[in-house]
Design a protein around this ligand. Structure first.
Ligand code: COA
Length: 329
């Protein structure tokens, strides 16, 4: 038994924040942001809406596309680092929005690797035979955890959501074939949001010290991201006896165009084999990969039988790769 994706969708807010807008906010330039990151603009969700709003919108598209009613969902997994609130889980708020009466669910914090972690987790519930329909969502409202006075982080991220429906297939030669996942807590000091948890609960001091915003040592993360994503992607291809020529698309986490380019080059993949949309959305954390898959599917770039390699790196550190044979016509 294999897990196949039978529907995919995404949601991004309409409001755009361009590099030109940032020129008026911090000491930066369109030229610096474009050449150092590949980002031109990102989307920002309304102040009065949370991550669950985008997650539910993406999930609704998936249900329609897979022709499944909300009642049929067995499990909802939401990968996010920006839940609407600490309790309850964002998955509960999505369940309420969808009116999915027969499911359970939970949130998963895998940083920027969250979607791959959630896809790997969801696929296990399908392969075990326990569940028939698992909704996997990656969604983040990064605008709520950015210090818009810190030019080293605020230009990098944006808001968005993407989702997929997982179902079983008796055909062994399609769907999720393999995954490699890693966790290394030594990375915690280089990429974190230190405030708001049990160690540094919200207080006057945590707000004053900017502990509720993303902190990142960009250079260290960059190096680990290139090495980590390349290593797991090469491993997954090697142990499944696939070469660069067999892969239709590498779908990498979109954190920095230079990271993606370096990984693709090391893997021997031509640029036309890499899905890139960072220019339009920036780093939407857990949403980047499903957003990229959804757009590529919409544009009919991915066809049934295509081999896809997803790979990501993020806070933890977490990193991983997932190999999939696309199953939608
Ligand atoms: N505009 C203009 N200048 C900026 C800037 C901005 N938005 N951000 C940083 N700079 C400046 C720095 O202050 C530094 O100036 P200095 O030399 O006077 O100190 C200079 O640009 C170079 O900064 P540096 O941090 O060395 O740049 P970089 O080439 O490493 O790029 C990142 C910075 C953040 C874009 C890059 O390191 C990165 O993408 N890191 C990984 C990101 C990532 O993957 N994060 C999420 C995990 S999934």
């Amino acid at each position: 038994m294999r897990t196949i994706i039978t529907g995919v969708g995404h949601f991004v807010p309409d409001q755009k924040l361009t590099n030109k807008d940032f020129e008026k906010m911090v000491d930066t330039s369109d030229e610096w942001i474009t050449t150092r990151t590949g980002i031109k603009e990102r989307r920002i969700l309304d102040k009065n809406k949370g991550t669950s709003y985008m997650a539910s919108k993406a999930a609704e598209i998936v249900l329609e596309q897979a022709n499944i009613s909300a009642d049929e969902i067995d499990l909802i997994i939401v990968a996010t680092v920006t839940p609407d609130m600490p309790v309850p889980a964002t998955a509960a708020l999505v369940q309420k929005d969808l009116k999915a009466k027969n499911c359970w669910g939970f949130d998963l914090n895998g940083g920027c690797t969250g979607f791959i972690c959630a896809l790997a987790t969801g696929s296990q519930f399908i392969e075990s035979g326990r569940h028939q329909k698992v909704m996997v969502i990656g969604a983040d409202k990064m605008s709520t955890v950015l210090n818009y006075q810190d030019r080293t982080t605020c230009v990098l991220f944006g808001d968005g959501a993407g989702a997929v429906m997982l179902e079983p297939s008796i055909e062994d030669d399609q769907g999720v074939q393999d995954f490699v996942l890693h966790l290394d807590g030594l990375g915690a000091e280089y990429l974190n949001i230190a405030g708001g948890g049990s160690l540094h609960p919200a207080s006057y001091d945590t707000v004053k010290q900017n502990l509720h915003y993303v902190y990142q040592d960009g250079k260290t993360v960059f190096k680990h991201a290139v090495n980590g994503m390349t290593e797991v992607s090469e491993l997954i291809m090697e142990r499944n006896k696939l070469s660069a020529g067999d892969i239709k698309f590498l779908i990498p986490h979109q954190a920095n165009y230079r990271i993606i380019d370096a990984v693709a080059k090391k893997m021997g993949l031509n640029p036309d084999k890499v899905v890139i949309n960072i220019n339009k959305y920036g780093n939407t954390t857990a949403a980047t990969i499903p957003l990229a898959v959804s757009e590529a599917h919409q544009e009919r770039k991915i066809r049934k039988g295509d081999w896809l390699v997803m790979t990501a790196f993020g806070a933890g550190f977490t990193w991983g790769s997932l190999l999939l044979k696309w199953a939608i016509d």
